[in-house]
Design a protein around this ligand. Structure first.
Ligand SMILES: [Zn+2]
Ligand SMILES: [Zn+2]
Length: 105
């Protein structure tokens, strides 16, 4: 049986899925046990009537620092930025590389 390792989406700590960990009941972020407890304390539990209770358990936190905006997920932020700018990520990467190239001349 293999053990999978994940990065906590809030604190970036690496945890294994055999240890204590869980999902945010709201945005489905995968959290280490430490953050899971903290978010549960801060936002309460989703409760048994919640639509996600079957998937994540009724004691999953009802929100976390990611869905309330305290912590911004870098990947979705980059997606948001590229959308705002109206260029694709690879176009921007190209510009970034060129910028570096001309700066080192
Ligand atoms: Zn964490
Ligand atoms: Zn969340």
């Amino acid at each position: 049986m293999g053990i999978d390792y994940y990065n906590c989406e809030i604190c970036n700590e690496i945890f294994s899925d055999v240890g204590y960990c869980g999902f945010c009941g709201k945005c489905e972020a995968y959290l280490c046990g430490h953050c899971l407890d903290k978010m549960r304390e801060k936002n309460g539990e989703i409760g048994e009537d919640h639509e996600n209770a079957g998937d994540y358990g009724e004691d999953a936190p009802n929100g976390c620092d990611i869905c309330d905006g305290s912590v911004i997920d870098e990947v979705s932020f980059i997606n948001f930025l590229t959308e705002k700018i109206g260029k694709t990520r690879s176009e921007l990467e190209e510009e970034y590389r060129n910028r570096n190239a001309s700066a080192s001349k």
